[in-house]
Write a protein that binds this ligand. Structure first.
Ligand code: B3K
Ligand code: ZN
Length: 876
């Protein structure tokens, strides 16, 4: 594939006015007739041909204004259709018929079949696998869809918009017609046909219109869609209340399918979901599953305004819909659950996924300027960092001006294919603030590093805070400009109160936000009576890394007294990291591992503090991950030493806190009837982490085996199984529990994904053989993305010691898997391959072996553009 540049953007030569599609569905020979009405855009050369995109298409007929087209006037190839000699100004109609094979579509892009259900995935460029089309997001049109299919096998025929009508068609077939009045780009087209069960409800909008809500799932699974329906209704209400956005069709449908490349897709009025993010009940779904379902249902629903009503001009603007919509779903979940705990989880995720991306060979700006394969740009940078950039706009503008800016955006750009500049301009116009320097967040890749030091002058009663920012070099961007970084802060006095300053100099501080805009700046606060503790980047107001050597006493003070729970959690993390990196170094050198008693004291005090919500305490007790420690160490890393060091620290905490953990475990064990809300989840979270520490302290599988036997919900059951399998993999208890779990859930593929993942993440070199053996399990299916991700993906992304075993055998296995998956499903293969993106941070022996595996992949002559793009960039 060639490289696409943002700078080359120009509008199409022809304007598409209408789209009428007729599908005659057949598992292997589906006929698609597309009637497209175009006119030449004003000012375009009268000789310019019409160029339509295709991907692997076979055309069987082409009409011009209903008459067969002279073959001299067009060139049809699998990847394009070029038509010449077209009218200079009058509209004309092209009717093109293509034949496609949904059954053979293993890429899961375009029209395919999943478990006997016809479904589509068109974002980003899947529509061109259905028919020839100007397949780009700035071509908006009104669609009418006719679907003809065998009636017995496909009682259900769905597409976007409102249902127009249906009838019988010949002896065995029937048809349905749908009309979507909202102009949309082709990537939002959807079609579903098959036989599914349905859960139905209604929602009355703020202007009192009744909307029919339908969630389609496999027959028999209807009860497991209840939570998704509840989340949908809460999302609709929240978007009205918080963003003033009302739904705009008579019906909103969600269809759950079992073969899907990602989480879900926001097709207008007809969202298609990976069934993993729809189906839930206490017996089969964990608290994390419930939280994910709530967030993803909301995310796709919110796209109706941020993505669909206002779409992207081109794919470089992807963060315009994704970053903004992630921000919206984060805010929704924060309102539905605990705001601080949600923020902690977001930041953990950002640090473990986005920071490594931004620091490695795949780093790119939130708004990239070039791509080779757009599907490789649905990244955590575009999504999560994009959300953080939106959050910073809200921080800089304040609540009211942010709301005005959003309202202006909806008013000014409804019906548009917009750009990031359009978006930012709305906030500038609404607030009168200049966001020019701030916009660098969209253009400069890399996580800003901020070095901080503070000096208190008791005589002068001043506190000086010196900050210096550095944005690291990233691929294609060696020199960076200073950014506008909004840092929420507080000065906490000895008694825990917030200190106030009489005057501030050296930079712009508004309210509790300090605006760092120069490369280096010293802010001086006067009138400070005693030395305060500085709490900086509260709530993680900016996605940066702080280098601020605060004393353990100061961090302990924040951990105990800060009124911002996020800052308390951050202080605990800052206390933990040096302990964990020291432990890793000791493990590497073979010297004794010591843990700071002061750190353990703070941690146990937080754990036992009944004034703090359980979910917060559970977060505090979940120490930084092995990947976090690796990032902190910064290079030449030995995953075995990191693991051993971390385990030693966990054991020391467990031993010191055994009574605390026993009390927590017992207090929350009889939790009463299951509720999936944040409160119930928080209690289970705390109980289960207490169980894992207790198990460490006692070093026997007995407690976890008991918990496994007693569990009445999937969270407790899978946690107990994880403890058994990860800590005592060879014990009878672990083996029996794994076997019991497999038997009990033999017919539930989504639950067995947990069984695969738990086993794939058992630490140690032996896990490679386990993963290989599991690939032979009758429950495994190499063509199903969820199965592949839960086994191979979890192993590569989540098992640092197993995947990085010193002999490099797992890298070799991984390369084989990538090469086997790629011909079937390039998107899946490319996504998995990013697991090797941080290979350069490994110690030389492992790095060498990882490079060999990558070179093997690179040497293949038949790679997809997707995998070629990733492997080339990772190796560069
Ligand atoms: N917009 C889709 C993602 C499409 C990915 C295409 N490779 C889901 C979402 O972000 O809501
Ligand atoms: Zn999205």
């Amino acid at each position: 594939g060639r490289i696409v540049h943002l700078a080359d953007y120009r509008p199409t030569d022809f304007v598409l006015e209408r789209v009428d599609l007729t599908f005659e569905l057949d598992p292997t020979e589906t006929k698609v007739e597309a009637r497209l009405i175009f006119h030449r855009r004003e000012g375009v050369d009268a000789n310019a041909p019409l160029i339509l995109d295709g991907d692997d298409l076979t055309m069987t007929s082409l009409l011009f204004d209903q008459i067969e087209m002279d073959p001299a006037r067009y060139t049809a190839a699998p990847e394009s259709l070029v038509i010449r000699d077209l009218p200079e100004s009058v509209p004309f109609e092209i009717t093109v018929v293509t034949m496609i094979n949904p059954e053979a579509n293993t890429q899961l892009m375009g029209l395919y079949r999943s478990n006997g259900i016809y479904c589509t995935q068109c974002e980003a460029e899947g529509f061109r696998r259905i028919t020839y089309f100007p397949d780009r997001p700035d071509v908006l049109a009104v669609y009418t869809i006719n679907i003809i299919a065998d009636k017995a096998a496909n009682p259900l025929l769905l597409s976007n918009g409102n249902f127009l009508g249906g009838a019988g068609f010949g002896p065995d077939k029937h048809f349905a017609a749908w009309f979507d009045p909202h102009p949309k780009p082709s990537y939002l087209f959807a079609l579903v046909a098959g036989d599914l069960g349905v859960v139905e409800d209604t929602f009355v909008t703020m202007s009192e219109r009744e909307v029919t809500l339908k969630i389609y799932v496999e027959h028999g699974k209807e009860p497991r869609a209840a939570y998704a329906m509840d989340a949908l209704k809460r999302s609709m209400k929240w978007d009205e209340e918080v963003f003033g956005r009302e739904y705009d069709l008579d019906i909103f449908m969600i269809v759950a399918v079992s073969d899907f490349n990602m989480g879900a897709m926001e097709n207008k009025g007809l969202n298609i979901f990976n069934d993993k993010y729809v189906l839930a009940d206490p017996e089969t779904a964990t608290d994390q599953d419930y939280a994910n379902i709530e967030a993803i249902i909301a995310h796709e629903y919110f796209h109706n305004w941020t993505g669909n009503r206002i779409t992207c001009r081109d794919w470089f603007q992807l963060c315009l819909k994704e970053g903004l919509t992630v921000y919206r779903d984060h805010e929704f979940s924060a309102d539905m659950r605990s705001r601080s705990v949600k923020r902690i989880a977001e930041v953990r995720h950002l640090r473990s996924e986005q920071f490594p991306e931004d620091a490695g060979p795949l780093a790119h700006p939130v708004r990239p300027t070039k791509y080779r394969e757009i599907n490789n740009f649905y990244t955590t940078t575009v999504y999560e960092k994009g959300s953080e950039v939106t959050r910073m706009i809200a921080t800089i503008l304040g609540r009211d001006d942010f709301k005005k800016g959003m309202d202006l955006y909806f008013e000014r750009h409804d019906g548009d294919a917009a750009t990031v500049e359009d978006f930012v301009k709305c906030f500038e116009d609404a607030s009168g603030k200049d966001l020019k320097q701030f916009s660098l967040w969209y253009h400069q890749a890399g996580t800003p590093q901020i070095t901080v030091s503070s000096t208190y002058d008791a005589g002068a009663k001043t506190l000086s805070l010196s900050l210096e920012q550095m944005v690291p070099a990233t691929p294609g961007q060696s020199a960076k400009e200073p950014m506008h970084i909004p840092l929420r802060f507080s000065l906490i006095s000895e008694n825990g109160a917030e200190a106030t300053a009489s005057a501030i100099s050296g930079g712009n501080v508004s309210g509790d936000v300090l605006h760092l805009t120069d490369r280096a700046q010293t802010f001086t606060f006067t009138g400070i009576g005693s030395r305060p503790v500085v709490s900086l980047n509260r709530g993680f107001s900016a996605p940066v890394t702080l280098h601020f050597s605060q004393s353990a006493d100061d961090l302990g003070h924040i951990a105990r007294y800060d009124s911002d729970l996020f800052a308390r959690w951050q202080a605990i993390t800052d206390l933990a990291l040096p302990v964990l990196t020291d432990a890793a170094k000791s493990a590497r050198e073979g010297t004794a591992i010591t843990t700071s008693p002061a750190f353990i004291d703070v941690l146990l005090a937080v754990a036992a503090d009944e004034a703090l919500e359980p979910a917060f305490r559970a977060q505090a007790l979940s120490l930084p991950s092995e990947a976090d420690i690796a990032r902190e160490l910064g290079g030449n890393n030995d995953p075995d030493a990191i693991h051993a060091g971390r385990q030693a620290v966990l054991s020391a905490i467990a031993t010191a806190g055994i009574e605390v953990f026993r009390a927590l475990h017992d207090a929350h064990s009889a939790s009463g009837p299951f509720t999936p809300d944040a409160n119930g989840a928080g209690k289970r979270g705390l109980k289960n982490i207490a169980l894992s520490f207790l198990t460490l302290a006692e070093n026997t599988p007995a407690l976890a085996a008991e918990a496994f036997a007693r569990a009445d919900n999937m969270t407790d059951l899978s946690q107990a199984l994880t403890i058994l399998a990860h800590r005592f993999p060879d014990s009878t208890e672990a083996k029996e529990a794994l076997a019991a779990f497999e038997t009990r859930f033999a017919s539930n593929a989504l639950v067995l994904d947990k069984w695969f993942s738990i086993q794939a993440t058992i630490p140690g070199a032996a896990s490679l053989d386990r993963v290989k053996a599991l690939m032979g399990s009758p429950h495994f299916a190499p063509t199903n993305p969820n199965r592949v991700r839960s086994l191979v993906g979890t192993f590569a992304f989540g098992n640092t010691t197993g995947f990085n075993r010193a002999d490099g055998a797992a890298y070799g296995f991984f390369a084989e898997q990538i090469l086997a998956i790629d011909p079937r499903n390039p998107q899946l293969a490319a996504r998995l391959l990013t697991a090797l993106r941080s290979w350069r941070l490994l110690e030389p022996g492992r790095a060498d072996k990882a490079r060999t595996a990558l070179t093997t992949i690179e040497a293949s002559t038949s790679l997809s553009t997707d995998v070629r793009d990733i492997v080339d960039r990772i190796l560069k």
